[in-house]
Design a protein around this ligand. Structure first.
Ligand code: ADP
Ligand code: MG
Length: 269
């Protein structure tokens, strides 16, 4: 039986957590790169006005003429905002600080929650033959994040292996439930991935135990270790897989990509 939640076209995953600094952007970039390395064509949508995913993938601010802002609010076609990155099969729609006003500008728009959904379903998308679209959400449960959840098939939640990690998760789950009830009934939770995990640290182990006890199967088997190569890669404007492919961080993101691709193969079977 084929997956009823899977319309034809790319699988769209929103990387979301309203806390800042938990590893959303790092996960979007490096999971996307790992998927690309495993033969997938991947597009990242930078939906954070901070534009960290754009910077981390080498799109200079001067080269961000058309961005997520134009895609959402100025009717610029998707094909005109997509940029190729240095990494094979990895593309991005960049963002700039302009996007910070979008949240307010969207309020008066009657399609305010559906703009990204509609933009990602433009016909010209077929030409790109993307397998995956990963949306790097801002650190907020604002209208931009709601747009991501309405556009997506699933939500992937990075959880920093720190004290208070699980706090705020219920708020996120509530938003997911609201989006299901109002706009996107098939929205799944792709999974929760523990980030910046330090296996020598009792606290990391405790957070992992709590997460597995509370969330069960939703927590990915793969955990992402705290790894200095991961934090260095953005300053070289490449994913960690290109910067240091044998680092623990790169290997972990490869394992996460495998786990997700295998889950999807099962869903599709
Ligand atoms: P968010 O997008 O949720 O705000 P980021 O992905 O920007 O979070 O990560 C926050 C900070 O933590 C960044 O400086 C990033 O380099 C660092 N970081 C993220 N994941 C790791 C990791 N696995 N190992 C080391 N540093 C990490
Ligand atoms: Mg970020």
């Amino acid at each position: 039986m084929s997956d009823p939640t899977r319309p034809p076209g790319p699988r769209i995953i929103a990387v979301a957590n309203q806390k800042g600094g938990v590893g959303k952007t790092t996960t979007a970039i490096n999971l996307a790169a790992a998927m690309s390395a495993q033969g997938q064509r991947v597009l990242i949508i930078d939906l954070d006005p901070q534009g960290n995913a754009s910077t981390g993938l080498g799109v200079e601010v001067d080269d961000r003429e058309y961005t997520t802002y134009e895609l959402l609010l100025e009717d610029i076609a998707l094909k005109d905002v997509i940029q190729q990155t240095e990494t094979e099969n990895l593309f991005i729609v960049p963002a700039t600080i302009d996007l910070s006003s979008a949240d307010i500008e969207l309020i008066s728009n009657e399609k305010r929650s559906f703009l990204l959904h509609d933009a990602l379903r433009q016909h010209a998308m077929d030409d790109f033959r993307f397998d995956y679209i990963l949306i790097d959400c801002p650190p907020s449960l604002n209208l931009l994040t709601v747009n991501a959840m309405v556009a997506a098939h699933s939500v992937l939640v990075p959880l920093q292996s720190e004290f208070f990690a699980l706090e705020g998760l219920s708020q996120l789950m509530l938003t997911i439930r609201e989006v299901r009830q109002t706009a996107n009934p098939n929205l799944r939770i792709e999974g929760v991935v523990l980030t910046m995990y330090d296996k020598r640290n009792r606290l990391s182990q405790q957070v992992e135990q709590d997460a597995r006890d509370n969330l069960g199967e939703l927590v990915f088997k793969t955990v992402i270790p705290r790894n200095v190569r991961v934090s260095e890669a953005p300053s070289y404007a490449v994913p960690v897989l290109d910067y240091d492919p044998t680092s623990r961080g790169a290997l972990a993101y490869m394992a996460l990509a495998r786990e997700i691709l295998q889950n999807h193969a099962k869903l599709a079977a």
